[in-house]
Each structure stands twice: as structure tokens, then as C-alpha cells.
Ligand binder design. Sequence first.
Ligand code: MRU
Length: 360
Amino acid sequence: VTDLTTLERIPRTLAYAAGSLVLLDQRRLPGERTEVRCTTAAETAAAIRDMAVRGAPAIGVAAAYGVVLEARAAAARASAGAADVVAAATAAAAILARARPTAVNLAAALERMRAAAAHAAGAGANAGEVARRLEDEARALEAFEVEASRTMGRLAAAMLPERARVVVHCNAGALATVERGTALAAVYELYEHDRLAAVYVDETRPRLQGSRLTAYELTRAGVPFTLIVDSLAATLMRRGEVDAVLVGADRIARNGDVANKVGTYALAVACAHHGVPLLVVAPTTTIDLDAADGDAIPIEERDPQELTVAGGERVAPEGVHARNPAFDVTPAHLVHALVTERGVVSPVDAAGIARVAGTR
Ligand code: MRU
């Protein structure tokens, strides 16, 4: 067993203390390690929208603290009552909800905060108590995601061959969560137990979460990996060099359809063709029982400039028409297994999803 103090060398995505939320600015990685300090919900929403913080679980936890910032400020005002704090938290949630549409962790975290505020106020808490209750709730969500990432890593690694060669897409690691990650938690688990034969990190066009973020955190953790262009994965599968593809998720519908970073569907199709299992590793906070299937999942459309300009350089002629959906949907039948902190779902279908998500 390798001693993975290495993970401690990866900077934390976020830290909340006494009225400010400090985020690692992921837009500047790998070149610069800088922070963004948020003291309002609007600043937190802007950091989520502009992707200073990104990755479904991290977005959810950041949004929860965004609500805490406003609740605390409201409670500090002289003569504030519990209703004022609830109103401030509700207004904050409305701002944060608009930051990004696809990762359901955002909406789910805000609903959790709304329910906590209403419950505390309903039970007769005063303004300061409601604000403290909300801070506890955000910390509980953060702790949940930390624990979930450890469990998912163990469960996913247990499904892989003794010496495993895997492909990962986007960044589903420590930088996308608050500890080890989802799909990448399995990679850390394999590495710690000397079971990682190879990990291929695809670039993840257009924002390069693979080459900028996954490659950064694996380098910090001391885990060897090979960077590839997105389109090489199918060829590696054809050559028999891949045992599994591991990805995270941004929203999983009731029938098991999975929305994740654009390119996941193409990987799933290549996996099906080559008989390579696709494992989706995601906490139950990423399941949306209100979405009947993948068609009900809102897919974020981002600025086409992400395709036409790279690192400040034009990489397509002026005025070209470009489409830039940030996510795609992989039908449930192409997913070999969904690994959650509450167990493995395989086959991935409505009954399996209900089993892990039913009573959260
Ligand atoms: O646009 P991003 O970088 O927020 O997209 C992130 C992903 O698609 C991840 O795969 C997903 O959030 C799961 S991360 C644990």
C-alpha cells in the first residue's frame, strides 16, 4: 500500500471561515495557484458561472456556503429577526440557482439550505440561530461529499481488474469535489494499492479540464499518467489497452441516463463497440428523481468563443458559427455501472436508481 500523503499536496477547492468563502481559482491552473474570496452570494454565483469553482459536488458545496454568507450578514444587522435571515437565504438561493444549469448538485444544495432555514425558523430559532443552522448544514453537505468520495473510490476500484488500465475524462477529482473526487477517487484508490497499471487522461476540449486540471492534480499527487487527445481513446480501446472508462456525472435522471462533460457519450459509444465497461462514479446528490430521462436534463450552452479562441489566440477564423454545449447525455443502457456512496447500480435502470436514491 502506497502512503498517499500525496493527496494532501492537492490544494483544496474551497474553504469557508467566518464570513468568507475562499475558492481555489481553477481558471488559472495549472500555471498559477491563486484564490478568489467571496463574501456575497452574487460573488459566489459569479465564481461558479465563470468556473473558478467547477465540478458538480464542488459547485453544490460552494453554493451552500454562498447562502451562508448572506444569512450571516442578515443576522448581523441590528433588529434582524429569523424571518429576515430566511428571506436573505431565499434571495441568495435565487441568485445562486441561475449560476449554471446542468449539475443538479447546485439546485439540490440550495433546496437543502432552504429546507434547513424554514425548519429552524419554524422551530422558533432566532436570527443568529437560523444563520448558525445554515452554516452547520453547509458543513454537513461538505462532510457528506468528503465521505462519499472515499466510499465511491473504494467501490469503483473493487470493480476493476487487479492491474487496471483506465481512461478518465474531464476532471472528476479532488478539484471537482472537496476531497478525492468521484471517478478519480477510484484512480487514487488503485494507486494506493499498487493496482494502477495506466491512467489515460484525455484533454477534454474545449476547456481542457483533463490537461489543465486532472493532469495538475495527478502530478501534485505523484500519480503517473499519460495525457491523450480526446479522439485517441477509441483507438486505445481497439488495441486492447483499456480495461475501463471512468467518468463522473452532473445529473443522473430517474431512468439512469447520465449528463456529463461533452464527449462522455462518444466514449460510451466507443466502449460499447469495444466491450469496454463505462463506469459512472457519482454521489447520490447527483441523482435527479424529478428528471424522467436524459431529455429532461438542461444542457448548458457556453460561449462559442471557448472553441474559437484558445489561450488568447484565435484558433478559428473570425465570425465562424460554432456550437458549444458543455455536457451531453449518455443513455443508461450504455453505462455498465453507476457507483454511488450507497452502492453499485448495475444494470443501470429505474429500479436500480430508485434503490440508491429512494430515501436519502
Ligand atoms: O464544466 P465542469 O468542469 O464543471 O464539468 C465537470 C464535469 O463534467 C464532471 O465530470 C462532473 O461534474 C463530475 S465531477 C466529480
